[in-house]
Ligand binder design. Structure first.
Ligand code: ZN
Length: 175
């Protein structure tokens, strides 16, 4: 599907919610700086759909879906790790904690300061993508055994970067 429509740069939260707007757009990964930093496929697309509405006639909410295929660095072998992400989310923007009481638990809550809050669209998209990426993404097979097959590796699951450092030091000492 050809889709050159872009979402507006700034979301006017209350205004969009009152009008129950539904917006869709396609971004390049390279246009989301914090995602681009960790992705190898910066020219690929991120597809975003956002719907705005008022919950309980007063709480602005965003329901969204983000689709992208991202290629990260595996944190164990440092080779390419493709991940298909489909991020579903529901956000509710409340002025204070009590306002959250009528909302069901599927909402992520944000506390806003102003009545007419304006948000940068790419900040919302970026945050939701980052939340959906695993903390230390790695291949689901035992990839470190493949690259290290000639090495004697001490088992250390906590931090793969420390393992790599230790291997270097051990080799320098031996030879
Ligand atoms: Zn790996």
């Amino acid at each position: 599907m050809e889709n050159n429509n872009q979402l507006p740069k700034v979301i006017k939260l209350f205004n969009f919610a009152k009008k129950e707007r539904s917006l869709g757009g396609v971004y390049k990964i390279s246009s989301l700086p914090r995602i681009s930093e960790i992705a190898r496929n910066k020219e690929d697309n991120v597809k975003v759909d956002l719907s705005f509405y008022l919950e309980n006639n007063k709480t602005p909410c965003i329901k969204g879906i983000i689709n992208l295929n991202i290629i990260l660095d595996c944190q164990r072998c440092l080779e390419a790790l493709p991940i298909e992400l489909k991020v579903d989310f529901k956000l509710a923007f409340v002025r204070h904690e009590q306002q959250a009481e009528g909302l069901d638990s599927s909402y992520e809550l944000y506390v806003t300061k102003e009545e007419e809050e304006e948000l940068l669209t790419i900040d919302i998209i970026t945050d939701e993508i980052l939340l959906s990426i695993p903390m230390a993404p790695s291949h689901d097979f035992n990839c470190n055994l493949i690259i290290n097959k000639d090495e004697v590796v001490e088992e250390n699951r906590e931090n793969p970067f420390i393992i790599l450092k230790n291997i270097k030091i051990a080799n320098d000492g031996k030879e």
